[in-house]
Design a protein around this ligand. Structure first.
Ligand code: SF4
Length: 466
């Protein structure tokens, strides 16, 4: 969470004015912004990467936890300066932040012209043209439609793309506000997902990451629709018949809905990365119950065993919350021992973030900030050691790396199948003088290159092309 992306586009068909869009938050927000940009461009809006030149500024915000809220507010206030000093005539604050604070936001941010909730995000192309300053637009998020089947996107990274397969969440984790902001779980029509995947691979995508609040629940709310495992198989076949080099990746699974059938499909299908993004959040049964996660530590061990039985080399990522109310030293020890035993390849930890509008706010026996920080550091220190040891074992091995950036002359960065975009480590590829010596060796952004790993740090790998 919390990644920021300025989205730039090419020139429009007809001109309606200049526009700047800032996207904040997760990959799910990014996909929404990309769909919106295509519609705005179709309407003739000219995109600029310079906020001071934009007549309309749109900010797609995040409000998941306190640091994300603070970042959103900071960015809004910074961009609002363009109403005084720049060309900005309309400032639109959209997405999770206004949805979460709809009662108070217009009073606290008079600079903005429109506050658009998650249920009206798709209406921004019309809202832009409303003359009257109609500040608050908050229809029911449950009624927000998916982009039309023929709607395209202005994609930031054409080689590594996200496809959103569902919206909303049915769970009630006690620390989370997402279901309030995004509504109930709604699977996207199956045919639209397939046609979007086909369109993206025709445009050159080399990696497709499937995302949702909970990917593994896909299809449960639809009649006669495939379940997630069947959806994966169909996408995999379509992609494979087009190119054998495209990787499919599954992100945001949920330990309560990741079943054997899905695990088998992910672990054994050739063009699906054997990569499991399994956010466990904790490993003490007491805390998991308080969090309302819907599973216990035994179920987690069971699931991880099933994964490793199907593929001993499967890669595991998780996320953890430390300092949750009621977390004692004993609970933390259970979590720490779990991490030590399972040895996740990638792990992201967060300190519990409180807010008045989440159920866990009512829980007593708070963990102090100092203790939460101490536990966070202890956990991350252990994880750094685990990750370092795992990376060391990759030295001498050869992997296909999707090159994403030229860092400097002959130095590139990219990712192998076991590294997801934005959240995991990367591979530094040093082509040295190999490029000039070998005419056939072509390293460019978006290319897949075979790389021999020569060195490894805690999170990143270093190699040379072969
Ligand atoms: S599964 Fe839990 S943490 Fe994830 S979005 Fe739903 S309520 Fe929030």
């Amino acid at each position: 969470m919390g990644n920021r992306a300025d989205i730039k586009t090419n020139s429009p068909r007809k001109q309606a004015g200049s526009l700047y869009l800032l996207n904040l938050g997760c990959a799910k927000n990014l996909v929404e912004s990309e769909f919106l940009l295509w519609r705005l461009k179709k309407d003739g809006w000219k995109m600029t990467s310079v906020p001071a030149k934009a007549e309309v500024i749109i900010i797609n915000t995040c409000a998941f936890i306190t640091p994300a809220i603070e970042e959103s507010i900071e960015e809004i206030l910074l961009l609002a300066e363009n109403k005084k000093k720049g060309a900005c005539k309309k400032l639109i604050v959209a997405g999770c932040l206004p949805q979460r604070f709809q009662k108070e936001i217009s009073k606290s941010m008079p600079e903005a012209d429109y506050f658009v909730g998650t249920g009206a995000f798709h209406k921004i192309p019309e809202i832009i043209n409303i003359k009257k300053r109609n500040k608050n637009i908050f229809p029911d998020p449950n009624k927000s439609p998916f982009p039309k089947h023929n709607q395209k996107r202005i994609i930031q990274n054409k080689k590594s793309v996200y496809i959103k397969i569902a919206e909303g969440c049915n769970r009630k984790c006690s620390y989370c506000i997402i279901p309030e902001l995004k509504g109930k779980y709604r699977s996207r029509p199956f045919a639209d997902i397939i046609s979007e995947a086909q369109a993206l691979i025709k445009k050159g995508a080399k990696e497709i990451s499937l995302i949702a609040q909970e990917t593994t629940l896909y299809g449960k709310d639809l009649k006669n629709a495939p379940d997630f495992s069947e959806l994966l198989k169909i996408i995999s076949e379509k992609v494979f018949s087009y190119s054998k080099d495209i990787t499919i990746r599954v992100l945001y699974t949920h330990p309560a809905s990741l079943n054997k059938k899905i695990i088998k499909t992910v672990a054994q299908t050739k063009n699906i990365a054997s990569y499991f993004d399994l956010p466990i959040q904790h490993a003490s049964d007491k805390i998991l119950k308080k969090m309302k996660r819907g599973y216990n530590a035994e179920k987690l061990y069971e699931t991880i065993n099933v994964i490793k039985n199907y593929d001993p080399n499967a890669v595991l990522r998780t996320s953890i919350i430390v300092g949750f109310p009621n977390e004692t030293e004993k609970d933390f020890k259970l979590l720490y021992d779990f991490i030590k035993k399972v040895k996740f390849d990638h792990l992201g930890a967060f300190m519990y973030s409180d807010a008045e509008d989440i159920p866990s706010n009512k829980f007593k026996r708070r963990v102090s900030k100092e203790i939460a920080e101490k536990r966070y550091k202890t956990l991350m220190k252990k994880q750094a050691e685990i990750s370092y040891n795992k990376n060391q074992k990759r030295i001498g091995k050869i992997y296909k790396v999707l090159i994403e950036k030229k860092e400097e002359k002959n130095i590139f960065t990219g990712r192998a199948w076991f590294q997801a975009p934005e959240v995991d480590g990367i591979v530094y590829v040093n082509a040295g003088n190999k490029i000039s010596m070998d005419n056939k060796l072509k390293i460019e952004e978006g290319e897949i290159v075979s790389v021999k790993i020569e060195d490894a740090a805690e999170y990143d790998l270093f190699g040379t092309p072969i």
